[in-house]
Design a binder for this molecule. Sequence first.
Ligand code: SAH
Ligand code: SF4
Ligand code: F3S
Length: 439
Amino acid sequence: MKNLFIETYGCQMNVADSEVVASILSAEYQICDNIKNADLILLNTCSVRDHAEQRIRKRLNELGALKKKKAGLQIGLLGCMAERVKEKLLHEETALDFIAGPDAYRSLPALIQESAFGKTAFNVLLSTEETYDDIEPIRYDTNGISAFISIMRGCNNFCSYCVVPYTRGRERSRSSETIIREAQQLIDQGYKEITLLGQNVNSYCSNENSEVVNFAKLLEKVALLSPKVRVRFATSHPKDISDELIETIAKYDNCCKYIHLPVQAGSNVMLKRMNRVYTREYYLERIATIKRLIPDCAIATDIIAGFSGETEEDHQATLSLMKEVGYCAAYMFKYSERDCTMAAKRFPDDIPDEVKGRRLEEIIALQQDLSLAHNQKDIGKTFEVLVEGASKRDANEYFGRNSQNKVIIFPKENAKIGDYVMVTVQSCSPATLKGVLAK
Ligand code: SAH
Ligand code: SF4
Ligand code: F3S
């Protein structure tokens, strides 16, 4: 067996894809955790912002030095950057032996061989059907407690700023049967938490044996497998967050009370330019419905600062929307123009970098306050927590999460990793809750 080292960048879907890749190569390669022992290094990359790609370029420089020292070491680049830049990358980055786009992983054994014979090896073809349905992922970097299941691939939404529809291709759903089978296997292996993954999971739809399974139905099927196994999902597009889905989350205790519902911006002018296809009013109505049907639901979001044409007023609208929702957490970014997107063609990247930076800082500062306020409301409450591991700061403490996806730290006592324990919250920071085991 040869040794394979995979570095994964970008979103959770890349994490799941790296597990598929490990499985596809498992006849010849075993995963190793020390890069120095690797015969093959794979970088599974992200293109969502320019910064993500710059990081990879830097890393390839470092790996080039490693390659000079080790004869026969092969380096391949996978994922969204392979798809965006294509074979040109092989000329620009001399450390690379081959590249493969997100739908081309079955051809990896052939690409590895061709490049070993000195041929130019790349496959960046996108597919309308590939879901790697039949491949059992190798969960090589796992705590044995939480696992991802990729339920769909691609994206059809074409938000004007976003590269993903071009790097991942058209949206396609896996069959619910294979998803349920994979979930059951994880449960049999002792996993306690399953996260269903897709760029837009709530537009999941599969049509099998004349049964149409939408995302609410799929979530229900997974939740029913075991009441002791939590189900999460990411990410949801506001346009598809139906009452049926919200009711399903409310109905099952093991459907986690946490929804990541990226808003991106707070003004209707920006939302329209971004092609998000909803208005501020529609979004806030969906939030009101979530809060009504699931009063203890935590809501997180993604926000982009400084998109094309964003005025000070638009920016204020983002801040006021954040306050109105009271997000528990947010992923916040400066707008980064991406070639090939609608925005790059139509809307100038006209907000100066200092302005983008200042607006982003204001957004981050507000979210700090909102996160703290959200956490302060939990003080005195008792939550069921899934124990995930030892706390990094103190070996006598564990960390875990409650249903709302909040990290809680508490003294170990007799608890074990993978247990559900009841923890009463005593204090908090914007990022974490601290508590003690409830007696
Ligand atoms: N499918 C998910 C998110 C995918 S990308 C959704 O629709 O919500 C993750 C996040 O990166 C996005 O939510 C967005 O906030 C951010 N993002 C995407 N393209 C970007 C760009 N060009 N510049 C800055 N942030 C971007
Ligand atoms: Fe990108 Fe929009 Fe698709 Fe999300 S929904 S991946 S932001 S195009
Ligand atoms: Fe990045 Fe591709 Fe995910 S661009 S965010 S790795 S889908």
